[in-house]
Each structure stands twice: as C-alpha cells, then as structure tokens.
Ligand binder design. Structure first.
Ligand code: 13P
Length: 341
C-alpha cells in the first residue's frame, strides 16, 4: 500500500469547493427513479442519462471531484464509443465504484440488515483499478425505531465496513466508508444523534482494529437530523450545530474529509445544512457532499428521458452542483436559488 498516494487521492476527493456525485444506483433503484419520470429503464436509457450528467462540462470541471459508479456503468461506453470512465477522467474528476452487493436480512435480528459483498472483493478491486477506479464505496444501512438498532447490527456492519476498507487500501483504492443511519422514521433529532454516535464510534473502533489508515479514507455519514415523520423538525442551525458536535467527538482529525449523503433531505435542505456547517468553521477535516438524490432529482426531472432535454438536464445538474460547491465553502445563499428559478 502506498499511503501517500491514497492520501493524495482522498484530498483530491474533498478539494476546496468540490464534492462527489453519487451515480451508483443499483439497477433496481434507478428503475424506481425512472418510473417516476415515465422512462423505461434499459441498459441504453441508463447509459444516456448518466452520460448526460458526466458530459455536463461546467459541473464536472468546476464542482465535481469524483463520481461513484455502479458496476454496469464502469464497463459502459458513451454513445460515441468513449468509455464513460474516460469521459469522467477527461473532465478532471476521479472515477469511483460502489463495491458492496446490497443488503441481506441479519440472522437473529428481525428487521435489521447487513451489507454483503466481501467474498471475492480483492479480485474485483483489482479489475476496477485497472479500469480506472481510484476510490470505492460501501454502504451500511442502520434502521432505527424504539427498539432498534441492536448492538449486533451495528457491530457486524462496522466489521464489514472495516474489512472492505482494508481490502481497498491493499488494492490502492481509497475507501469511502458509509455507515448510514436512515431518516425515514418518526424519531427526533436527539435519537438520531445517539444512534449515529454509537454507529460512528463502533465503525472507527473496527477501522483501528483492522489497521485501516485513516489518512487514506473518506467518511460518508448521515447528518444529524430528525426522522422525516417526526412531528418535531429541526432548524438548519440546529442540524449544523449537532452534526458538527457529533463529528468532532467521533471522527479523528487524521481523516482527510467527510462527504455527506443526502439521505432523502430536500435538495435545498441538503445544501443549507452543509453550508451552515462550513460557516461554523474551525474543523479538522474538509466537509463536503457526496449526494445522490439531492444532486440528481432536478436533472432527472428536467431530462425526463427526452434527447431534446439534455441541455436542460445539464443546466439543472450544474445549478445543484454549483449550489453545493458554494455550501462546501460556506458561501451559499438562499437567494441564489430564487434567482435561478
Ligand atoms: P443519497 O444522497 O441519495 O442519500 O445517496 C447517496 C448515496 O450514495 C447513498 O449510498
């Protein structure tokens, strides 16, 4: 393992004013997104949609540091025959790859999940590196209610994340470590804080046990937010204050950067929260975005599967990417959204 090189890639992923586009939806998830806009999900329509994003010059050259791809996409070519990986590289962004193979029911823990995909991961990483991937992603999902999560679910998922991260570094690939505490339920912000704290502490404990070099990884956590169905919603300032407090308590300063998932927040909330955290300042790591839905919802709608809408889709993507880039520097303003509308 060349740690200096891993650290260089990790720093480039969180370069000032830049963040990551998560375009790694599984075939099942992208079908759900396409269903909403009335587009049939085929290998070609998935390629056309993603090519539209990767050829958005303004967004890709100025605000996107890296793109997380799904296995199908990393092997696909653009309509003109250029590998999509090359299209991404030519814009100056780094190709990355989702390597987990989804979740399975966790035995003895009704309602809980464990992320799988460690078998043969070392061989797969080698092939992805040869194709151009310089970072990877593995997502653990922690759901919560009055009784969940169990310590079992937190432990096995943290263990798998650390196994994955160690294998990535051995293959000279920067691991994005993503332990996601879901925001779908009706819990309040304090409950999210407590559960996320347990999850992050366990994750870093496992990373240490398995000798993962913190300088060569990126953390992708949820923000500290109330559940979507909670009657007690929180202000932007409260989310920012609690998320920063929690991260300072749990994430060692050796980690180069933290790139949040959006998790089902509205586009503007995801931007406003990131902006407010960066305005607090004095942080030991870079704080940026690694959004899927909060970067793609607008371009997906604007495109709606029609070739004549490609420019409109790219404008919508560039706008969201620009807003999040400003938020990554603590320079976003709400009226920039109104102006664009
Ligand atoms: P969202 O921003 O839509 O949560 O997706 C990010 C991601 O990569 C989830 O694994």
């Amino acid at each position: 393992m060349n740690l200096a090189e891993l650290n260089k890639v990790a720093l480039a992923m969180v370069a000032p004013g830049k963040g990551i586009l998560a375009a790694d939806e599984s075939s099942g998830t992208i079908k759900k997104r396409f269903d909403v806009i009335g587009v049939t999900s085929t290998e070609e329509s998935r390629r056309d949609y993603r090519e539209m994003l990767f050829r958005s010059r303004e967004a890709m050259t100025q605000t996107i540091s890296g793109v997380i791809l799904y296995d199908e996409t990393i092997w696909q070519n653009a309509a003109d025959g250029t590998p999509l990986v090359k299209v991404i590289e030519q814009s100056g962004a780094i190709p990355g790859i989702k390597v987990d193979e989804g979740t399975q029911a966790l035995p003895n823990c009704p309602g809980e999940l464990v992320t799988v995909g460690l078998d043969k991961l070392a061989e797969r990483l080698k092939k992805y590196y040869e194709r151009g991937a310089r970072f990877a992603k593995w997502r653990a999902v922690i759901d919560l209610n009055q009784h969940l999560p169990t310590m079992t679910a937190i432990h096995v998922n943290a263990h798998a994340l650390a196994r994955y991260a160690a294998l990535c570094q051995a293959a000279q690939i920067v691991p994005i470590v993503e332990p996601e505490v879901l925001m779908d339920a009706d819990h309040d912000i304090e409950r999210c804080y407590d559960v996320t704290q347990r999850v992050l502490n366990k994750t870093f404990q496992e990373l240490r046990v398995q000798r993962v070099a913190l300088e060569g990884m990126i953390l992708k956590p949820n923000m500290v937010v109330p559940g979507k169905k909670s009657p007690k919603q929180a202000s932007v300032a409260e989310v920012a204050e609690k998320t920063v407090r929690l991260l300072k308590a749990c994430v060692p300063a050796a980690v180069p950067g933290i790139a949040f998932l959006s998790g089902g927040q509205s586009d503007e909330d995801a931007t406003a929260h990131l902006d407010a955290m960066n305005r607090i300042g004095g942080l030991p790591w870079k704080l940026t975005f690694s959004y899927g839905r909060a970067l793609q919802a607008a371009p997906l709608r604007a495109w709606s599967g029609k070739p004549e809408n490609i420019a409109a889709g790219q404008r919508a993507f560039s706008h969201r990417a620009r807003m999040n880039s400003l938020a990554a520097s603590g320079e976003w303003k709400a009226d920039l959204e109104r102006k664009a509308a």
